[in-house]
Design a protein around this ligand. Structure first.
Ligand code: 9MR
Length: 439
């Protein structure tokens, strides 16, 4: 997937200053396209007037930075403690803001009693925790991070080892089912970090889990992308592709813990790229930054947020506001290529079938690139069907023949199992239909 090229999130130029009449706060600007703009809040800062003034003015979604985690809400087994979490939830709701719940089940920040548990006792304790906390907050939470950070870093694409994982691979879906039963109206999210780059194994692992959950009816509504960026983990150029591909599975996507280390116009441009990637995906429903002022950040020395330590707006603030104001005011952007990401066909051939997966490529005003990766055979025949007035105007890494003006048949040309093409769209941004058979 390394050849995949998407809208270059970090490379876009700064948008122009909004015309007068544009919204002047992050929340109001986001609301113009039906989205929210949130922040993490710490209960012990609610007595800081500078902090609260910015919170009340700029944000319409709130996440408790630590106060709803397992160690905070169930410090002793079966004894629940909601004091600090309630302070945050009540402050937010009194101001007309919504709340993202973070997080019901996680390998980290477990209370001591849970860290030492295993097996069915731990499974039961985890499910009871999910049920109790989601029930207590029933009706007050827009979306819950039901499970946080359950996938491993690195190249495995598999689950992270933890006491919860060792209770059985189905612990995540069990947590989602318990959360749905406890609060049927909350959106239920899987939330993780280092899942922003579409070509990373971890991203692919989470994608496959969500795909599997959707196919089996496990209740999942959204995927949270934490989006903690710095020079070692920069905003990927294919971020929009990642968000779009997850959304195409039938879930909302949200940027849940955004921070970008840096300063000045470089940082401002990176923030702008992230916001634009979300705005370009209809089901990207909102963005949350992980704190208000740089000094409030878990990575304070990296000055990764939108306000400086004194509460002044940074260049990054202005670029985010302008990008939000530039969004299509009629709603989430709908000019995105949409459609299924994967079509599988099983060949008549007893040797088995093949799978062809479509990925978005770069887009221009008049055309866009697409790429197909085939698995299951090296002897494939892939049919690519575009819809009028689209035309395929270029191909690469394949030998193409034409069934009609709209239907191309692609076969291997010795360059592996990934090929690409350019579609001149004529205003029709739909993705092509892809099917695969063994040749
Ligand atoms: O910002 C949180 C920090 O105050 C805590 O010490 C830390 C403990 O794990 O958690 C931080 O928030 C994390 C979030 O809950 C999950 N994703 C990563 C965040 C940054 O570490």
């Amino acid at each position: 997937m390394s050849t995949l090229v998407a809208a270059a999130a970090g490379a876009a130029v700064l948008v122009a200053t909004p015309a007068s009449g544009a919204a002047s706060t992050l929340a109001a600007a986001a609301q113009q396209s039906g989205r929210y703009f949130g922040t993490a809040v710490a209960a012990n800062k609610l007595s800081d007037s500078t902090y609260v003034n910015i919170l009340n003015r700029e944000f319409d979604m709130v996440t408790a930075e630590n106060e709803m985690k397992m160690d905070a809400t169930e410090p002793s087994q079966g004894q629940f403690s909601y004091g600090n979490a309630d302070r945050i939830v009540n402050q937010a709701r009194n101001q007309g803001k919504r709340v993202r719940g973070h997080a019901l089940a996680w390998h980290s920040q477990q209370p001591g009693w849970m860290q030492n548990m295993s097996g069915s006792a731990l499974r039961q304790a985890m499910l009871n925790h999910v049920t109790q906390v989601a029930t207590y907050y029933r009706g007050k939470i827009y979306a819950w991070d039901v499970v946080n950070e359950a996938f491993a870093d690195g190249s495995s694409g598999g689950r992270r080892d933890s006491n919860l994982q060792r209770t059985g691979n189905d612990w995540i879906e069990a947590a989602f089912r318990a959360a749905r039963a406890a609060d049927p109206n909350a959106k239920l999210c899987y939330n993780d970090y280092n899942t922003d780059n579409w070509s990373h194994a971890k991203t692919q692992g989470v994608y496959r889990m969500v795909q599997d959950f959707k196919s089996r009816g496990v209740p999942i509504d959204c995927v949270g992308f934490q989006a903690h960026f710095n020079s070692g983990n920069p905003v990927p150029s294919n971020y929009h592709t990642t968000l779009q591909n997850f959304a195409a599975l039938g879930v909302d996507v949200q940027i849940t813990e955004l921070d970008i280390e840096g300063s000045g116009s470089t940082q401002a441009q990176q923030y702008q790229g992230v916001v634009q990637a979300c705005l370009a995906v209809a089901r990207c429903t909102g963005i949350t930054v992980w704190g208000i002022r740089d000094t409030d950040s878990w990575r304070a020395s990296g000055t990764p947020l939108l306000f400086d330590g004194s509460g002044n707006k940074k260049a990054a603030y202005t670029s985010v506001l302008n990008a939000l104001n530039a969004a299509d005011p009629t709603g989430p952007t709908t000019t995105d290529p949409t459609g299924p990401t994967t079509t599988t066909t099983t060949s008549q051939n007893p040797g088995g079938g093949c799978t062809a997966t479509y990925s978005e490529g770069q887009k221009w005003n008049d055309r866009f690139n697409g790429q197909v990766t085939v698995s299951g055979t090296n002897n494939w025949v892939v049919t690519v069907t575009v819809s009028s007035p689209q035309r395929i105007i270029a191909t690469w890494n394949t030998t193409a023949t034409w069934e009609s003006a709209n239907v191309m048949t692609a076969r291997p040309n010795g360059n592996g199992n990934t090929f690409g093409f350019t579609i001149q769209h004529g205003g029709n941004w739909n993705w092509p239909t892809i099917s695969c058979r063994v040749g």
